[in-house]
Design a binder for this molecule. Structure first.
Ligand SMILES: [Zn+2]
Length: 247
């Protein structure tokens, strides 16, 4: 699968990461689109990174056993859109800047930011990404919140999302996970994720941009890619095909 890497420059007009296709030019470290080749400024680190794992109903027992705080996802997409719009207004940003206008806007569902790898990363391993954000001192981030949302329809549980929120160390206090919760998260990090979408969102909050990393379709397949944090710019490493099975 050909994966398009998005330009790593700051698009001044939207205050967020450029949405165009990036490419490496000779003598340059970063991937830039043609309009940012000459004088592109690398997009600064966001203030918040959220890794969200989408989990099916089969995970319910283990989620409850690990005693994560569980909240009903009552908001729904409609009110989420309204929230996005309000936040864009608060920071004086055009809500439609990323959506386009007219016909283009109709075909886009949300103000969903710049998709870092397009269309998505298939069969990816995110342990390295998590470790870079959490374990290493150089990231400057801290795990500040962990929450599980339950998705229900007419009282029936359809699935869960577990979100791990990382914030600037200066702005937040650490969330201390119990041993059971750590084991649960380690289990997620040991999975291959069938589809990973990374959205670098334009500023909707006064503190700045938020980046969301959505991991869906947990599978037993061998991972093809490992995703790295790379100081908030993200990178992909291909995983060589193993010749012997690992236990
Ligand atoms: Zn660009």
């Amino acid at each position: 699968m050909d994966i398009i890497h998005t330009c790593q420059a700051l698009a001044a007009e939207i205050g967020g990461r450029c949405r165009k296709k990036g490419a490496q030019q000779e003598g340059q470290k970063h991937l830039f689109c043609p309009s940012h080749h000459r004088n592109g400024q690398v997009v600064p680190r966001a203030f918040k990174y959220l890794i969200r794992f989408t989990l099916g109903v089969g995970w319910e027992g283990r989620i409850r056993d690990a005693r994560f705080p569980i909240i009903d996802d009552r908001a729904g997409q409609l009110s989420r859109n309204a929230t996005h719009e309000r936040r864009a207004r608060e920071v004086g940003r055009d809500f439609h800047a990323y959506r386009g206008k007219g016909e283009e806007a109709k075909n886009r569902k949300g103000d969903d930011g710049s998709l870092v790898f397009r269309p998505h990363v298939k069969d990816a391993y995110v342990q390295g990404l998590f470790d870079e954000m959490w374990v290493t001192d150089c990231s400057g981030l801290v795990l500040s919140e962990v929450e599980v949302k339950v998705k229900k329809k007419q009282g029936e549980i359809l699935g869960f999302t577990l979100s791990c929120i990382f914030m600037d160390r200066e702005l937040s206090t650490p969330y201390i996970m119990s041993d059971k919760q750590i084991r649960f998260v380690e289990r997620l990090l040991g999975q291959t994720w069938g589809k990973v979408f990374i959205y670098d969102n334009p500023p909707k909050e006064p503190d700045g941009r938020k980046v969301t990393i959505n991991c869906t379709s947990a599978s037993q397949a061998d991972a093809q890619y490992s995703i790295g944090f790379n100081d908030g710019l993200f990178d992909l490493k291909e995983i060589p095909v193993a010749t012997t099975a690992t236990a």
